[in-house]
Write a protein that binds this ligand. Structure first.
Ligand code: ATP
Length: 210
């Protein structure tokens, strides 16, 4: 069974994914997958070079991530960023699907999806869990505590979809406005539900066709 965990920047996605991992579920690191699909020798890297040019390659044949970031996040980079997402997202999704396919039917595979744009990609998940902090001041303080400049944190929060809109796209919503213990409690309730869902799905698949 596949579960997406999504939320705005600093909402607590990684914390929720980590807690679910500690509860015994498989957690896929989509950032790691996104790096793997453009390693030397991959179709992903070939597609990136075909699209953006060989100047993005280092002498050793690996991708120059700083140069790529400058290309897609620099001025006028919106279209290039879309092109890059068009290459990377399906490959990341395929990697994730392979993990789900190779897992036992009663297992739950969790994917932490950082960008709301990727909710389009989330369409194929059995369950989409959203994490949100209603109060932006709390979220801002957590990001600043994590070392981000307040102006950067504010700009990123403002650039993303608001929680109200995001919430409508999710099947389950976890409010992370309380302390870490409250979040751990909410995740433990979610883990119990996920075990129930996964068990039912496995039983349905195993049941003889009437
Ligand atoms: P990003 O989008 O940047 O990857 P994220 O949604 O994965 O962020 P986390 O990294 O889980 O969010 O949380 C952001 C910061 O807030 C972390 O430093 C985390 O330890 C802290 N944090 C998360 N939940 C709480 C909480 N309930 N109380 C206090 N701090 C929290």
């Amino acid at each position: 069974m596949s579960v997406a965990v999504t939320g705005g920047i600093g909402a607590g996605k990684s914390t929720v994914a980590q807690l679910l991992g500690e509860s015994g579920f498989t957690v896929v690191d989509s950032d790691r997958l996104a790096r793997e699909v453009v390693e030397p020798g991959t179709d992903g890297l070939r597609a990136v070079v075909d699209t953006f040019g060989p100047e993005l390659l280092r002498d050793d044949g690996s991708l120059d991530r700083a140069a790529l970031a400058a290309t897609v996040f620099g001025p006028g980079g919106d279209e290039r960023r879309r092109q890059l997402e068009h290459i990377i997202h399906p490959l990341v999704r395929a990697g994730y699907d392979a993990v789900v396919r190779d897992s036992a039917p009663e297992s739950v595979v969790v994917n932490d999806i950082p960008l709301v744009r990727e909710l389009r990609v989330a369409a194929g998940f059995h369950l989409v869990v959203g994490v949100g902090v209603a109060d932006d001041t709390t979220r801002l303080a957590r990001l600043v505590q994590r070392g981000m400049a307040e102006s950067d944190a504010r700009a990123r929060i403002d650039a993303q979809l608001g929680d109200e809109a995001r919430r409508r796209l999710c099947d389950v919503w976890l409010d992370n406005g309380g302390d870490q213990a409250a979040l751990a409690d909410a995740v433990s309730g979610l883990a119990q539900r996920l075990r129930g869902f996964a068990g039912n799905r496995a039983a349905e698949r195993a049941a003889p066709y009437p």
